[in-house]
Design a binder for this molecule. Structure first.
Ligand code: ADP
Length: 228
């Protein structure tokens, strides 16, 4: 699903972000990407979306070599990757259902497909009955559920989350993680960049740890820190 092979990246201003990073994530895995601020987590995610291109090494995502991907192929890659952000990024003038539908409208799905898929995915994230609420009428956890529904509505094989619980209290964060685990059980590969030590320790799933752009740990039954 994702392979990094000796990947290095420096930003155009010369800041080195990743150094010789290698890992593989198989289809169906649930993986945390951890490390302090500045460790390189966002740079890994940007390489996966092909927002940036490795200076050296290989990045393979969904059977594509991203170093060789042509510009016109980028939208097709991104359609196959659902993304969830810390700040939800919902459209404030649209209801929960309209926010989710919009993700299908932009890829020109038929109206019958939209009618079928939107309730299905809002049901998966536990928002049945709240379809017509606007973002400001929903709690933070509910807004993140809408964002997850939007990310999943066209059935991407891969879901990438960038600090998905960064704006949520511990209890709500735990519920969102349980939902991500359920989505993973339904067949989606899940990669989560996070600072949230407590959750990573409690989940006991695979942990990739970056420090100063170097992959310092790949633990298959991980905790955030060794001493935890
Ligand atoms: P994290 O997501 O773990 O906080 P990042 O991948 O954002 O880490 O950053 C890795 C390194 O790259 C840091 O030293 C950061 O300052 C630097 N960096 C991130 N984005 C840019 C950018 N657009 N231009 C220059 N340097 C950047």
């Amino acid at each position: 699903m994702i392979s990094f092979i000796n990947v290095s990246y420096a930003y155009p201003n010369g800041t080195s972000a990743l150094h010789n990073v290698s890992f593989h994530i198989d289809k169906g895995e649930f993986v945390f990407l951890v490390g302090p601020s500045g460790a390189g987590k966002s740079s890994v995610l940007k390489l996966i979306f092909r927002e940036i291109v490795a200076n050296s090494g290989q990045v393979l995502v969904l059977q594509r070599n991203l170093c060789r991907l042509r510009r016109k192929e980028i939208p097709y890659l991104r359609r196959q990757i659902g993304v969830v952000y810390q700040d939800f990024r919902l459209l404030p003038e649209k209801t929960a259902a309209e926010n989710v539908a919009f993700a299908l409208e932009v890829i020109e799905a038929s109206s019958s497909e939209i009618k079928r898929q939107v309730p299905r995915v809002l049901g998966i994230v536990g928002l049945k009955g709240k379809e017509d609420r606007f973002p400001h009428q929903l709690s933070g956890g509910e807004q993140q559920r809408v964002a997850m529904a939007r990310a999943l509505v066209n059935n991407p094989p891969l879901l990438v989350c960038d600090e998905p619980t960064g704006n949520l209290d511990p209890n709500t964060s735990w519920q969102i993680m349980c939902l991500l685990e359920r989505i993973n059980q339904l067949g989606t590969t899940v990669l989560i960049a996070t600072h949230d030590k407590e959750i990573v320790n409690r989940m006991g799933r695979r942990v990739l740890e970056l420090n100063n752009g170097v992959l310092v740990r790949d633990d298959h039954k991980g905790a955030y820190t060794h001493e935890a």
